[in-house]
Ligand binder design. Sequence first.
Ligand code: BEZ
Length: 256
Amino acid sequence: METVKQDTWNASLYDGKHSFVSNYGGDLISLLSPRPEEKILDLGCGTGDLASRLAGYDCEVIGIDNSPNMIAQAQKKYPHIPFFVEDATSLPFDSRFTAVFSNAALHWIKSPKQALTSIYNSLQQGGRFVAEFGGKGNVQIITDTIIEEYATQGISFNWENFPWYFPSIAEYTQLMEEAGFRVVFAQHFDRPTPLDGENGLSNWIEMFGDSFFKGLSENKKAMITQKVSKKLHPQVYKDGAWQIDYKRIRVIGIKE
Ligand code: BEZ
């Protein structure tokens, strides 16, 4: 029997309170340097803002995401761009693109080998893969504190519910090479990221951290979130904003 996966993405909350995700993506577009008439896949396009900016360079852009909610919102906002619900580990695009672009999406994919093979197969010979996502140590203050709070509550944490894949640069570039890419650029850097308002951290956990709380009641989830915010406030809330410890990986690989 086919199991229907629940779509936990809230596209309106994403656009309303977390637009910084695509705002930061502007730098990655500069790294990509899109040229007119390129065929570009935006992998993990969310609600489509960066796909739309890429289309503004006279490129032919397709956006994919595995969340139907995000794709519906992207299609509504940008009806002139084709968007599809697709799984990044089994893309149906055979050597179609001159570039695969991906901002803040690959840390959601816990089968990186399959994703890299699928990206490689989607590119034309000589095409490039340009990506940014969370690297080793990303948001670790938050994840450590959530897991500590589980222990304080006497609940054992199931590591399968850890939502993300945050590799080191050595691990990821090795996987890229194994998939067939020539890695021409790789960087792992800190980018402290502000979240507005007193509720910024709880909103962030609600938006992105759902998987941490699989199997817990809504009450327990709200209680853990509140305790984590309270515990981190003295250390992470500065000058009217939460400053969270984003650590990014950026890579460029060429299909040769
Ligand atoms: C990130 O962009 O690094 C990120 C976003 C949401 C959850 C975890 C990490």
